[in-house]
Design a protein around this ligand. Structure first.
Ligand code: MC0
Length: 140
């Protein structure tokens, strides 16, 4: 069902500072920036590699407000890994197959994600404490 790790999402307080840190340390390049009002984030994608079905990235996330998911996460846990996102060929099919196993889906239907992708989240409490995102990359 999973094709690859699409991205690791990192919660940060200062996006520009963390872009500088990650691009200097790992010699990565920012390939996309976006404000996603629905998810309450300002974000940047740093490209790692290309593979079958899409690329893999580090995603840096700064909250737009304290009561957004990333804002609440920062207040509770501080900066660090926020979620792991798996690339899937068909997000609706993956949601149905995983939902059937009793895992709570946080989205009833796919939402708009980075770089034109379709995304859906799974409840961290049903996946060993890991907030999990399913990503269907935009068609090339
Ligand atoms: C919260 N919890 C987490 C967590 N966030 N556990 C692991 N990883 C995380 N990131 C835990 C809390 O510690 C708490 O556990 C319990 O889940 C409930 O959390 P809460 O602080 O009371 O907050 P809720 O329940 O209001 O919301 C948590 C939930 C929410 C995961 C349901 O954040 C959500 O719906 N997230 C999905 C959307 C999202 O994260 N969007 C931002 C990225 P305890 O044990 O203390 O009860 S958007 C994105 O990434 C897009 C742009 C993209 O990739 O393209």
């Amino acid at each position: 069902m999973f094709m690859r790790i699409d991205h690791i999402g990192i919660a940060c307080r200062d996006l520009e500072e963390k872009i500088e840190l990650f691009s200097r340390t790992f010699e990565l390049t920012v390939v996309a920036r976006e404000v996603n009002e629905e998810q309450g984030v300002k974000e940047a994608m740093l490209h790692i590699a290309d593979g079958e079905g899409g690329g893999s990235y580090i995603q840096l996330l700064e909250p737009l407000s304290d009561d957004s998911p990333v804002g609440k996460f920062l207040a509770k846990r501080g900066e660090g890994v926020h979620h792991v996102a798996f690339g899937v060929p068909d997000v609706e099919e993956a949601m149905a197959r995983i939902g059937e196993k009793g895992v709570r889906l946080l989205d009833e239907r796919p939402r708009h994600g980075s770089m034109g992708s379709q995304i859906a989240f799974l409840h961290p409490k049903d996946v060993g404490g890991m907030l999990t995102e399913l990503v269907q990359a935009a068609k090339q």
